[in-house]
Design a protein around this ligand. Sequence first.
Ligand code: GSH
Length: 272
Amino acid sequence: MVTLLSSSRIQPAAFVLSSSIKQLGINSYPRSNFLVSPHHSSLCLRRSGARRTLSVSMSATPLETCVKASITVPNRLGDCPFCQRVLLTLEEKHLPYDLKLVDLANKPEWFLKINSEGKVPVIKFDEQWVADSDVITQTLEEKYPNPPLATPPDKSSVGSKIFSTFIAFVKSKDPNDGTEQALLSELSSFNDYIKENGPFINGKEISAADLSLGPKLYHLEIALGHYKNWSVPDSLPYVKSYMKSIFSRESFAKTRALPEDVIAGWRPKVLG
Ligand SMILES: N[C@@H](CCC(=O)N[C@@H](CS)C(=O)NCC(=O)O)C(=O)O
């Protein structure tokens, strides 16, 4: 760790995302007031003018990350919530990455070679490709501990049943099969939890559990709005404000799928 006392402002090379990402319609990393030495891979950063010291681990070279490609727009990030979880973690940890878009309907040979299971996300750590968002985000936490994003074990499963109950409801064809009620019950428990413990799952600061749940709630909002004309009821204001605060983060705006892709992605499941 190096604490930088110089006040020169440098646009850090490692923060500049590759041109391929810009082509995908994702903004390049915002210009910030971080003070950075280009010579160290692990740095302590200060925001100029701010008192708080920000500790950030940096990867010198962009991490190659395979994600789902859009099915509605060429060369754009697609609608996989597990991929967004990984990208959110990279963004929140200020790690540079290089996106490799994978057409899941027509998986290329090179992709099947690195992951025979054929699933995204996959990321390259030290010349090894690693699959599964749980494993990837845990590895990112171990390799790049700053800023820390780990959620304490006793809180890490908060909200974890929302996604499966949403899937049952969005696929349901019988309005009286209890799937809407099951989702409302999970959302209501989450509302009570955030009211008591929020604004995030681990309290004041965002953590890994939020970065996993946020993309799923985004799918819930778009897919249920489109296919069932349904939205989170006003009687759950803490769920609504939680969603608003996650969706409005810069990291989320940079990594979210197009609503058209989310709608198209759920179509076969809704019709099936
Ligand atoms: N448990 C995995 C799930 C990943 C997953 O299901 N990814 C989907 C896309 S959202 C996928 O790659 N599906 C393969 C396919 O559609 O052929 C994780 O957390 O990374």
